[in-house]
Write a protein that binds this ligand. Structure first.
Ligand SMILES: O=C(O)CCC(=O)C(=O)O
Length: 534
């Protein structure tokens, strides 16, 4: 699943300077070490000039950046200098990077923060200091927006954005929905829906002896490991993290595509694909097909920043436990605050979920929500997926998901006849963005070729569209023909790139053909193919 990039440490400046108001929701999580936003410095004395000396003249972003370049032991030494140094040297994003770098891909021994987990796993614990690394340091008198921002985000309430008056993703009981109705109402018009009652036939949901919870799964599969972003972990390690991560602005999200295999197939038996979704045409690729099913587990506030699903597939997402808030935009409407490259290959959402809600939600809803004007009205969709609900995410829709309570979900991506034309168009026009396919060994070498030309696509991916067409011609000829009629015309830009490649290839062939003879073409005398048709 392509997830929009998150900022690495140090994270960007807050959208605006914030003044913490005591007694408000945002103070449910105590101000870490007593650090407060810059707005609170008015009329008070900052300890930074005495605490940091000349370093206090640096912009806080720059100081954090410099600290992020220090090795962990030096950072620890720096943190012992003064309270101000401690405040900066305890910035969690830096410690997360150090942890991930040293952890050899394993989450182990979570101690409530990345700094503490790093120190207790890799650092030196002074003799006799059982409570080391202590959190018992008061940095009152440190006023800094950038230091305060993550704790602010980690405590901003998010549920109120999903008030029922905004719900405009329809809900439909799956038991009253035939495959034809689903196709007519949702799949053909490419419209999202929340299907209720869709998990009633899942033993992992309805059978109390099998009901999936983090604890029950951890007990059943104590040794199985699962991927949580860059770190693998057992479920009991993840449960330890999830229970004690209140300070995390963007909690580590368990998102694992091998859960069926790593549970010896058992979890695969305990859920089923709803009949309404019909066929999955990527199955024609057999073993080579891209990853398509994920177990998703996360604490409240974890989730997925804005993205479109890979290869233009559609997806369903089923909540076995917990509640998820969804914000969606149709393929043609770029969500406010999200930036994409011209070909949509790079998606940057330079903020955490809480920052997006804080900075963009209200304005986005004013413009694209139910009170919006003209064509923009109603384009933004907001919905709540409750335990036992399944969300249908149509091909190409932007979506952001936030767990409003600790949650366990399964998601599957698929290609039915309804999105086949979009998937084929995507594979033909954007081969460099095709993701997740498992190249057979004899072809994977070419997929890893070092390609220096921007337009160049590795031969494996470049050939996938034709292979898909070939497989469909063999196995589903009628669906292929129907989809080809609906495909968008080839993008001009791609035609030009293909023509350029073909022209370059022709020239190479000519050179090869003339090598060894007394005569050869002089490239400098040749017309550049860019100029030829102009
Ligand atoms: O966080 C989630 O549950 C949403 C997952 C998602 O959007 C995806 O798999 O594309």
């Amino acid at each position: 699943m392509p997830v929009a990039t998150r900022p690495r440490s140090p994270s960007p400046s807050p959208p605006s300077s914030k003044k913490a108001k005591l007694g408000q929701d945002c103070h449910r999580h105590p101000a870490l070490y007593g650090i407060l936003p810059l707005g609170n410095a008015l009329g008070r004395t900052s300890i930074l000039p005495t605490s940091l000396g000349i370093l206090s003249r640096l912009p806080h972003e720059l100081l954090l950046h410099i600290l992020s370049l220090l090795p962990a032991p030096s950072l620890l030494t720096f943190s012992a200098i003064s309270k101000g140094a401690f405040a900066f040297a305890s910035y969690e994003a830096i410690w997360k990077d150090h942890y991930v770098e040293r952890a050899q891909g394993r989450l182990q021994g979570w101690r409530g923060s990345w700094r503490k987990s790093y120190i207790s796993r890799f650092g030196h614990v002074p003799e006799g200091m059982t409570d080391w690394p202590s959190d018992d340091v008061s940095c009152s008198g440190v006023f800094s927006d950038i230091l305060y921002q993550p704790q602010l985000c980690a405590s901003l309430p998010l549920a109120h954005y999903f008030s029922p008056k905004r719900h405009n993703i329809p809900r439909h009981a799956v038991s009253f929905l035939s495959r034809e109705e689903f196709a007519r109402l949702y799949a053909a018009p490419n419209e999202p829906v929340i299907l209720t009652g869709a998990l009633d036939t899942w033993s992992g949901y309805s059978d109390p002896s099998k009901r999936w919870t983090l604890d029950s799964l951890a007990a059943r599969f104590p040794d199985a490991t699962f991927q949580a972003e860059a770190l693998a972990c057992t479920l009991s390690e993840y449960a330890k993290y999830a229970r004690d991560c209140a300070g995390e602005d963007a909690p580590l999200y368990l998102f694992d595509s091998a859960f069926v295999e790593s549970t010896r197939g058992e979890l695969g038996e305990e859920y089923r694909v709803a009949d309404v979704f019909g066929e999955d045409l990527f199955s024609v690729f057999g073993e080579e097909r891209p990853n398509y099913r994920w177990l998703i587990i996360g604490p409240a506030r974890s989730g997925s920043t804005f993205h479109k699903d890979p290869n233009s597939t559609s997806a369903w997402n089923a909540a076995v436990q917990g509640t998820k808030g969804w914000v969606m935009f149709p393929p043609s409407v770029l969500p406010p605050g999200v930036y994409v490259s011209a070909d949509e290959g790079e998606v940057t959402s330079p903020m955490s979920l809480a920052e997006w809600f804080e900075g963009y939600f209200v304005e986005a809803w004013r413009r694209f929500g139910l009170g919006g004007k003209g064509e923009e009205r109603g384009k933004m969709r907001v919905g709540v997926q409750r335990e036992g609900d399944m969300v249908y995410v149509p091909s190409g829709w932007w979506h952001l998901v936030v767990n409003l309570s600790p949650s366990i979900a399964v998601t599957q991506n698929f290609v039915s006849r309804h999105e086949l034309a979009s998937v084929l168009t995507f594979m033909r026009d954007k081969p460099a963005q095709i993701s997740g396919f498992k190249a057979p060994p004899e072809l994977s070498a070419s997929a890893c070729m070092d390609l220096d030309q921007e337009d160049e696509v590795d031969p494996y991916r470049a050939g996938l569209y034709e292979r898909f067409v070939g497989l469909l011609r063999e196995k589903e000829p009628a669906l292929l023909e129907e989809a080809r009629e609906r495909m968008s015309p080839r993008r001009e830009e791609n035609v030009r790139k293909t023509e350029n490649r073909e022209a370059a290839k022709r020239r190479e062939d000519e050179v090869v053909a003339t090598k060894g003879s007394a005569f050869s073409f002089d490239f400098d005398l040749d017309l550049d193919e860019e100029d030829q048709g102009e």
